[in-house]
Ligand binder design. Structure first.
Ligand code: GLC
Length: 534
């Protein structure tokens, strides 16, 4: 891809969950100086940007996604000076910095909400969504949150406020134009500090239907699903006005040079519509499809084909295999597939998002019940219990140091270290030229060097075996073939119709070179290969 393309099309984004990356002051939680200290490592991965989950002052009811001040840094993480240093050191290493913008809701400790709930006449009353109780008493309608009723009564003022997450996360009222203006001001504050873009939290939820009607039941709902899905969110999700708000946000970004907006959206939220009819909304609506398909070659192939075919003209794709809300891909796909996962992520067409630790093959960490931190959805008696702690445990740096090098020896990390941190860690893998980490670096280097992988077209091929996913990336006359074995069995595949032979650019095992006959291509268990075929 030409250097003239914006960096976020050429680049790879690395997500850091600040609480868990690197603790510099021994309080058991990560911080900005810790991240700064590890920027050399991050740059060595060959990624192009870091996205930081929220760093703002927060009571941490939702681990930073409950913001009490949009224009400062939580003292647990450091200061604005630390942040400025982080941006300048990251930029000095060629790394962009993306912040998490959480515009849908604030913390109930945000001064805006404290004012809003203080009386019905408060100047910011209308900055949040307040409704009278239903005629017979009780919540105004049946709107729900991810964590139970969507309405919480404020006894002092006798009205309910709306929240689709925790009661500590009241939702802002974008029907009031002052709210949008304030949020655009927040964006400018950070853009002026040199931030390269935003990942925008739950972007499809910003607008609500102003009639406040009950949402219809979801007939397809089954009790093993999260209770949030018991109704169809026809009045709280994807409302037409949301696109106006997003276009206004985009206009702010466009006042600056090459800043990116990434939208958090699920595939069932009409995510492709969020590029905007004139590609004037989010640059990258997250593509979470791989969270929802079984880890099988045929299913992944169908997903990749469908996504590529459905993209609006001119829209740039992206791929995500892990984040702070989902089971780690090392657990979902099975740890044997850790290498195949990375080869897939880093060779598909579109900007890849890598979740910290996935590059060394971290898996979910079992967290004992008495150490769980994310417990709001955790009810051991319910089939729907969930906690996101297992995918948020501390980064595994170095087993020769206490706390795997995440925190000082005497500290107790906020979540336990994974039991495998003795073997799965950066130090061990840096010393092993065939480690998952070494593979990750080779993949990012190959992607950067190879226009076909970076910006070329995508086309899948039938490999004659449902457990093998094969696809071609091509740029002009340059053709690259990726062949991935999704199983722990040996495979012999016939891709003779695609090319007679190819030069091995990389194997997930990092031990294969030379030419291969494409009609009789053998793959070892859990092996993927990249071949140059033209
Ligand atoms: C997003 C975040 C998640 C958070 C929620 C509410 O889905 O990724 O962590 O709990 O929004 O802000």
């Amino acid at each position: 891809m030409a250097e003239t393309e914006p960096w976020w099309q050429r680049g790879i984004v690395y997500q850091i969950f600040p609480l868990s990356f690197m603790d510099s002051n021994g309080d058991g939680i990560g911080d900005l100086p810790g991240i700064i200290a590890r920027l050399g490592y991050v740059a060595s991965l060959g990624v192009d940007a870091i996205w930081l989950s929220p760093i703002y002052p927060s009571p941490m009811a939702d681990f930073g996604y409950d913001v009490a001040d949009y224009t400062d840094v939580d003292p647990r993480f450091g200061s604005l000076d630390d942040f400025d240093r982080l941006v300048s050191e990251a930029h000095g290493r060629g790394l962009r910095v993306i912040l998490d913008l959480v515009p849908n809701h604030t913390s109930d400790q945000h001064p805006w909400f404290i004012d809003s709930r203080s009386s019905r006449d408060a100047s910011k009353r209308d900055w949040y969504i307040w409704r009278d109780p239903a005629p017979g008493g009780g919540p105004p309608n049946n709107w729900v949150s991810y964590f139970g009723s969507g309405w919480t009564l404020d006894p002092e003022t006798g009205q309910y406020y709306f929240h689709q997450f925790r009661a500590e996360q009241p939702e802002l009222n974008y029907a009031n134009p002052a709210v949008l203006e304030a949020m655009l001001g927040v964006m400018r504050f950070w853009l002026d500090r040199g931030v390269d873009g935003f990942r925008v939290d739950v972007i499809a939820l910003l607008a609500k239907d102003q009639r406040f009607l009950d949402e219809p039941p979801n007939p397809g709902y089954s009790p093993d699903q999260h209770a949030y899905y018991a109704v169809h969110h026809v009045y709280t999700e994807n409302q037409p006005a949301v696109h106006d708000y997003i276009r206004a946000m985009r206009r702010v970004l466009d006042e600056y040079h090459e800043r990116v907006m990434i939208g958090e959206l699920d595939p069932f939220e009409g995510y492709l519509g969020y590029y905007g009819e004139d590609l004037d909304e989010v640059h990258l609506p997250f593509n979470f499809n791989l969270f929802f398909v079984p880890w099988q070659a045929e299913a992944v192939r169908r997903t990749a084909d469908a996504y590529d075919a459905a993209l609006p003209a001119g829209a740039w794709p992206n791929w995500v295999v892990g984040n702070h809300d989902r089971q780690r891909v090392g657990s979902r796909a099975g740890i044997g597939q850790a290498r195949v996962v990375q080869m897939l992520l880093l060779t598909l067409r579109g900007t890849p998002f890598c979740y910290y630790g996935d590059e060394i093959g971290m898996a979910d960490t079992p967290v004992p019940v008495d150490r769980l931190r994310d417990t709001v959805g955790y009810d051991p008696s319910q089939a729907t219990r969930f906690s996101r702690d297992p995918q948020r445990t501390p980064m595994q740096w170095d087993a020769t140091r206490p706390n795997a090098g995440f925190s000082s020896p005497e500290a107790e990390p906020w979540l336990p270290l994974a039991p495998d941190s003795g073997t799965v860690n950066v130090a061990v893998q840096e010393a092993d030229e065939r480690s998952v980490l070494a593979l990750f670096r080779r993949l990012t280097a190959l992607r950067a060097a190879e226009p076909a992988l970076n910006g070329g077209d995508y086309r899948s091929h039938h490999a004659g075996d449902r457990n093998v996913f094969a696809y071609e990336r091509s740029d002009g006359g340059t053709r690259v073939l990726v062949v991935l074995n999704f199983t722990a069995a040996d495979k012999l595949v016939d891709l003779g119709a695609v090319a007679s032979d190819g030069l091995v650019l990389l194997s997930t095992e990092l031990d294969r070179t030379g030419r291969e006959d494409c009609a009789t291509l053998s793959l070892r268990p859990n092996e993927g290969v990249i071949l140059r075929i033209g």
